[in-house]
Design a protein around this ligand. Structure first.
Ligand SMILES: Nc1ncnc2c1ncn2[C@@H]1O[C@H](COP(=O)(O)OP(=O)(O)O)[C@@H](O)[C@H]1O
Ligand SMILES: [Mg+2]
Length: 245
């Protein structure tokens, strides 16, 4: 964990290099061996190039956010945003990369829109659902739940996955810049430790809150829940809706 500029550049460059190397490698293979490759292999290679490009886009988005958050230049434009439409888009994108995961959406249709910045909300959901996918075992379920209760003025969105749990002592640490918890899953996945820092900063800029909870299921598996609460658009609408969980 550091605020050091050079460390930042070195962590980030390292992370960017991995997908770039893969994109270049597969593009070169296709160019050099075009006539020898069957259609299925070509398609597979193009798919990898697409996945890795998507990864790069998300990373660049996160890096830009860190620099804007540092300089106080992150502009938030609040308007009404449908949780369901953003979550559906994000899950469609993430599914392309994590084919083995089973995504379960439990988004209550009756919950009102949230008052949020749509692009930033998408980035938040992207970070949380990507983490849930990255830090889960093979073929696991990932559930995204959203509900609303008029008593508290917030829509709650939960992202739940099963994997190596997070110790209570690390609940705060994971939201700080460059922090990653050392375990077999994080050792075998790429990451810069910036995602949750950005996520928390953006949630709070939109007057929301973020929580984490990790519950042991058995010796190896924990249920990990990241929950965000974001304010809703209008008080009147809120009064007409009953609790929908
Ligand atoms: N869903 C999750 N399950 C288990 N651990 C998680 C989960 N999400 C985040 N973490 C832990 O929090 C750390 C910080 O996450 P993040 O800021 O997104 O960085 P990165 O994903 O780049 O490592 C991760 O390295 C991991 O140790
Ligand atoms: Mg992450």
């Amino acid at each position: 964990m550091t605020e050091n500029y050079e460390d930042f550049i070195s962590t980030v460059s390292h992370e960017l290099r991995t997908p770039l190397t893969s994109i270049r490698g597969f593009a070169q293979t296709m160019l050099n061996s075009w006539d020898k490759l069957d259609d299925e292999s070509k398609k597979k290679f193009l798919k990898i190039i697409e996945d890795q490009s998507n990864r790069l886009i998300n990373m660049v988005e996160n890096i830009l956010s860190v620099s804007k958050l540092n300089t106080g230049n992150e502009k938030i434009i609040l308007r009404d945003v449908s949780v369901k439409s953003v979550v559906t888009t994000v899950v469609q994108l993430i599914k392309l990369q994590y084919h083995d995961k089973n995504y379960i959406l439990k988004i209550n249709e009756k919950a009102p829109d949230i008052l949020a910045d749509k692009d930033k909300f998408q980035q938040i959901m992207m970070n949380l659902i990507e983490n849930a996918s990255k830090y889960s075992g093979q073929n696991n379920d990932i559930t995204i739940e959203s509900g609303f209760c008029p008593d508290n003025n917030f829509v709650s969105i939960k992202v739940i996955n099963y994997g190596i749990g997070i110790d209570e002592k690390d609940y705060n640490t994971i939201f700080t810049k460059f922090s990653r918890i050392d375990n077999p899953l994080t050792r075998t996945t790429q990451g810069s430790g910036l995602g949750l820092f950005i996520t928390k900063s953006l949630v709070e800029k939109m007057n929301g809150k973020i929580f984490v909870n990790s519950e042991k299921m058995d010796a190896e598996k924990s249920k990990i829940t990241f929950e965000i609460e974001l304010p809703i658009l209008d008080i009147e609408k809120q009064a007409r809706v009953k609790c929908v969980q």
